[in-house]
Design a protein around this ligand. Structure first.
Ligand code: GDP
Length: 200
């Protein structure tokens, strides 16, 4: 049986917005990200089917920001999709989205960031004290390339699956599009086969 294509997705955003928790929630259906941080997990794989197409998502976390910063290029390169993540109770993390997008485009060598499959996540939807409204977030997405926007809660498992499925849809649509610009992911577009193991 042929293996499903491997899509590399990277979660970026300020420390503490819930990147590890989102990855953990999606892959293991658990909330506590402490274990991932402690053992330094860098990615988790998950197989899924979207619109009848089976893929393996390889989800990269950037936990341990300090260690990670010196490794940006190998982490970013070859990503098929970037999940730009902020926390709705932290306005600063929302303001920093543009920086994360620029940084990703620079280190991943993406020629046209507005045509790259970014998906924006406003996490911690369950927290009552919001600093960022859904409308402000949607407006930012409209003005910065028309990226899809999801409000998620890793804690309460709200919208997490939908967000990752949309990421897959965006990647597949971009690959199917005849006019997709070739970016640094060319090697990834040849679609590595998914390894059998689930994690590093
Ligand atoms: P990271 O640094 O972006 O990977 O963030 P973590 O996943 O380590 O989460 C940082 C803190 O926010 C932890 O205390 C998590 O338990 C908490 N957290 C993560 N996601 C949520 C969420 O959806 N709701 C709430 N209330 N807390 C969350």
């Amino acid at each position: 049986m042929s293996k499903s294509p491997l899509l590399k997705v990277i979660l970026l955003g300020d420390g503490g917005v819930g990147k590890s928790s989102l990855m953990n929630r999606y892959v293991t259906s658990k909330f506590d990200s402490h274990l991932l941080h402690t053992i330094g997990v860098e990615f988790l794989n998950k197989e899924l089917e979207v619109d009848g197409r089976r893929v393996t998502l390889q989800i990269w976390d950037t936990a341990g920001q300090e260690r990670f910063r010196s490794l940006r290029t190998p982490f970013y390169r070859g990503s098929d999709c970037c999940l730009l993540t902020f926390s709705v109770d932290d306005g600063q993390s929302f303001s920093n989205l543009s920086n994360w997008k620029k940084e990703f485009a620079y280190y991943a060598d993406v020629k046209d960031p507005d045509r790259f499959p970014f998906v924006v996540l406003g996490n911690k939807l369950d927290v009552p004290e919001r600093q960022v409204s859904g409308e402000d977030a949607r407006q930012w997405c409209r003005e910065n390339g028309g990226h899809p926007y999801f409000e998620t809660s890793a804690k309460e498992a709200t919208n997490v699956g939908s967000a990752f499925e949309e990421a897959v849809r965006r990647v597949l649509a971009a690959d199917d599009g005849a006019d997709r610009l070739v970016h640094a992911n060319t090697v990834n577009l040849q679609r590595k086969s998914a390894p059998d193991s689930t994690c590093c």
